[in-house]
Each structure stands twice: as structure tokens, then as C-alpha cells.
Design a protein around this ligand. Sequence first.
Ligand SMILES: *[C@@H]1O[C@H](CO)[C@@H](O)[C@H](O)[C@H]1NC(C)=O
Ligand SMILES: *[C@@H]1O[C@H](CO)[C@@H](O)[C@H](O)[C@H]1NC(C)=O
Length: 203
Amino acid sequence: MSMKLYASLTLTVWLFMATFSRAQYVIDTNGEPVDNDDEYYIRPAITDNGGRFTLINRNGSCPLYVGLENTDTPLGYPVKFTHFALNVQDEDIRVNSDLRIEFVEVSTTCVQSTEWRVGENDTRSGRRLIITGLDDNFGSIGNYFRIVETQSVGIYNIEWCPMEICSDCGFVCSTGGILREDGRIFFALDGTPLPVVFQKKDD
Ligand SMILES: *[C@@H]1O[C@H](CO)[C@@H](O)[C@H](O)[C@H]1NC(C)=O
Ligand SMILES: *[C@@H]1O[C@H](CO)[C@@H](O)[C@H](O)[C@H]1NC(C)=O
């Protein structure tokens, strides 16, 4: 192999790796990697879609639903991310990897966990709303989400598709978006995806 060809191959591989590794980790609104020790507010990338993510009481009963504040105010709850066990050595949160999302610093009278969970297909909207609570089924698959890239750096979608837990389960994967109902904004699958950003909570 000629030196020139070798050099250009090396460059190609290096460019590929550089692109790939930069793309691998989720970054917050400060351009820092999102990690599993800190707390983050999730917000729509475009504020017309509502404010920070929060918990909403949908119909006077538990469990609470995952939704968004109506306006961009300092309300809402931060979340923490937890990797699927296989990635547990890694502090930084990767794109396209299964993780759990839990609201923290919440006080509620509901006994359920504040972890995000995919709900049943809702008869009113024909969409799967995101609720809170632990999924006791096989692999806790209802509790695992993933962060996926959009075409803009630092802007992501949140998807339900726990492929690391079961790659051949034939999940009906879908990306989270908003569902407006009676003046409130819920987070639900099976609609237009909502681009979001992660804002680190100040200590
Ligand atoms: C809310 O009310 C609907 C009926 O209107 C019911 O099917 C659903 O289970 C209720 N949700 C909760 C969380 O209790
Ligand atoms: C949910 O139900 C609606 C009909 O009410 C259906 O069109 C849709 O495909 C269902 N979604 C899933 C994920 O099963």
C-alpha cells in the first residue's frame, strides 16, 4: 500500500471516529456532557411549545403524568438519568442508549415512583401518554427511554424504544411529543416529535 493511500485512509478513519465520538454523548445547554450525577431541566427547544417538564395531575388521581409547564417560567422539576445496567461504568449519558428518567425534588401525595413510564394507549387521544411509576414487567421495559439526536447540535428527541434490553421484541417504538388537553400540555408518544434541550440545574 502506498504511503499516500495509507495517509488518506488514516485521515478518513480519524474523521469518521471524530464525528462518531462527538456524536456519542448528550450535551446540555452549556455545551457540557450530560451526566448521571447532575440534575437537569428538560425544556422544549422552541418555547412556543411550553415550558419545563413537570408532573401533571390529569384527572384527580394517581399516578401523575409527565407534561410541560404552560409557559417558560422557573417552575417544573429537574430529572436525573440512570443508565441501563450494561453502561453503568460510564458517567456521561450517551445518545441511543437505554436509560431511566426520574423527576427529583418532587413532593407529591402519590405513592408511585416519579420515574417516567410509558402508559397504555389512551382511549381519548389514541396515543400513549408518559406517566410515572415502576414497570414490574419483563426488563422494566416501560421505564427505559433513549435520547436521540436531531439535525441540530445540542437539540434532541426523547424516544421509547428499549432495544438494548431486547433487540428483537418488536416494540412499537415512538418519539415523544406534546398533547394539548383542557389547557394542559402532556408528553406523549405517537405524534409529532418535540425537540428538547437539557438545562443543568444550578447547585
Ligand atoms: C383518568 O380517567 C380516565 C377516564 O376518564 C381513566 O380511564 C384513567 O385511568 C384515569 N387515569 C388515572 C391515572 O387514573
Ligand atoms: C392506539 O389506538 C389507536 C386507536 O385508538 C390506534 O390507531 C393506534 O395505532 C394505537 N397505538 C398503538 C401504539 O397501539
